[in-house]
Design a protein around this ligand. Structure first.
Ligand code: NG1
Ligand code: ZN
Length: 498
């Protein structure tokens, strides 16, 4: 077969370091950019195979999101913007780890198993972030695509946005500080900021003109460090938000007049959005179910508030946006956010149709009509494929404006339990196996018992451990009544992990 000659020739230009073994995890492959050239080439090939198989355009995204600038990564995105299916994740790992002289065989195996007709067309979109390694690595993806005869149509960077629903003129909180994490989101905000000026005045920081990607800034830094980005002067009470490097996460924050830092993370975002939507459904008289999907990292206070006060359905899934996405698809309206600010809102086709009918119904009264129109604007502004920080920001800003709500009022919906996240380096993180949406460890033996007895020492406490899917660490999470307790518990649990 002619294509295999080409595979052999081209892949020799992107050789695999012998013995290097990487795993397709929650966020695809992610590691130091220096180790990724062959991976990129091979993922270009795999995307081509997937495109031939599905007869649809496949996306390949070159990014390491919130990780340091030295890292990079790659993930494949299926036709509807969803993450790759598990069988294909296994193929990704197999292709990535095949030694150089075994690569053609590994490719053939995928073709045979999936019965792929190689004469079919293949189209692959390649996206990249602003890391210095991204141009060369995305070129390696393109080489992989052409090695199997696929096409890479010209494209702009991802992250399209659809425009903000009109905001209330009376709203006097139009100023927002945006930390762009020196990434792609910053460039996009620059492009669109003049369109927004009437409704929203943005001061953009970390716009990529000098600082390093994600370095002392960005959503992950703010969330994990529980403080504002370095080098940003924020005035007390001022509403701020941070994106991560590839602009699919967002968190909000402000400092109060005592200088205390207040974080409004993915849980608070999900609460704001679901409360808003639930109110609109009631006003519109629409019988649609709404659920909030969270992970084990969701603050315990948010879960209690959503279940007991807001009376919405709450589901917990494993970490990783694909798990949340799939669960959210089961409802008419599924609001899903990881605590770190990664998420979006999904509307079922039936929900979109009912909303549209009501919005167009000449006989409905003003309240119903207004609610239906606001629901419709929400459907239009949100990016339902995977969520992006900019469309999330526009929705949040619109909700605050429509409700005339300050960031302080939003924050006061419930009070977070103090919490702490730690990373622990271990020799093999895969010895930890979890169950119950990662909230309990089933192995190694004795670990969960040890955690349980530590948790009992503190009030309102909860803690769990899980191996990270994107870094070679075990993550420890703890929350408790006071910050001292949460810190102590996280520390004690991390000792139990060794
Ligand atoms: P890991 O490294 O598996 O914890 C992290 C985030 C996930 C998700 C992925 C992909 C935490 C605790 N974990 O995964 O939520 O966003 O990165 O970016 O924030
Ligand atoms: Zn990201």
């Amino acid at each position: 077969m002619a294509e295999f000659q080409e595979v052999l020739k081209q892949s020799a230009l992107h050789p695999k370091p012998a013995g290097l073994c990487l795993q397709y995890g929650t966020a695809g492959f992610r590691t130091n950019a220096k180790q990724l050239d062959h991976i990129m080439f091979r993922m270009g090939m795999l995307a081509t195979l997937r495109s031939k198989k599905t007869q649809a355009t496949i996306g390949v995204m070159v990014t390491a999101s919130h990780n340091p600038e030295e890292d990079n990564g790659v993930k494949l995105v299926d036709p509807m913007g969803e993450m790759l299916t598990p069988a294909w994740e296994d193929y990704a790992t197999q292709l990535a780890n095949a030694e150089q002289d075994d690569l053609a065989r590994a490719v053939k195996e995928v073709i045979q198993k999936e019965a792929i007709d190689m004469s079919r067309e293949a189209n692959v979109f390649v996206g990249k972030d602003t890391r210095s390694s991204s141009p060369a690595l995305s070129q390696a993806v393109i080489d992989g695509v052409s090695a199997l005869g696929g096409h890479t149509p010209l494209h702009g960077l991802v992250s399209e946005h659809k425009g903000l629903c009109s905001t209330h003129q009376k709203y006097d909180q139009k100023h927002l500080c945006v930390d762009g994490a020196n990434g792609i989101g910053a460039l996009k905000v620059r492009e669109m900021e003049h369109h927004l000026q009437k409704g929203l005045q943005i001061s953009l920081f970390n716009d990529g003109s000098k600082g390093k990607l994600n370095h002392q800034c960005g959503a992950d830094f703010v969330k994990v460090q529980q403080k504002p980005p370095a080098d940003i002067e924020i005035n007390p009470g001022e509403r701020c938000c941070s994106f991560d490097g590839d602009a699919d996460r967002i968190v909000y924050y402000y400092t109060d007049s005592d200088g205390r830092f207040h974080l409004l993370d993915g849980d608070k975002i999900a609460t704001l959005i679901s409360t808003f939507l639930k109110e609109l459904l009631t006003q519109a008289g629409l019988d649609l179910n709404i659920a909030v999907v969270q992970t084990a990292y969701a603050n315990g206070s948010s879960t209690l508030y959503l279940e007991n006060t807001m009376k919405v359905i709450v589901k917990c899934t494993k970490t990783g946006v694909k798990h949340l996405h799939h669960e959210a698809q089961k409802f008419d309206i599924g609001v899903y956010f990881e605590a770190n600010g990664h998420g979006t809102v999904l509307f079922s086709q039936a929900a979109v149709e009912k909303i549209q009918q009501l919005a167009e119904d000449a006989n409905s009264d003003d309240t119903k009509k207004r609610a239906a129109l606001l629901l419709q604007s929400t459907v239009n502004v949100i990016n339902q494929t995977v969520g992006d920080a900019i469309s999330d920001m526009l929705l949040i800003e619109a909700i605050l404006a429509v409700r005339g709500m300050t960031v302080q009022q939003w924050d006061a919906m419930y009070t977070d339990l103090p919490n702490r996240q730690l990373k622990v380096k271990v020799s093999d993180r895969r010895v930890i196996d979890t169950t119950d949406a990662e909230r309990r460890a089933v192995s190694p033996a004795g670990l969960q018992d040890a955690i349980d007895s530590l948790v009992k020492k503190y009030r309102q406490a909860r803690s769990f451990v899980r191996p990270s899917g994107t870094e070679d660490v075990v993550r420890v999470y703890a929350e408790a009544e006071t910050q001292e307790s949460a810190d102590a518990l996280a520390h004690e649990v991390s000792l139990a992990v060794y």
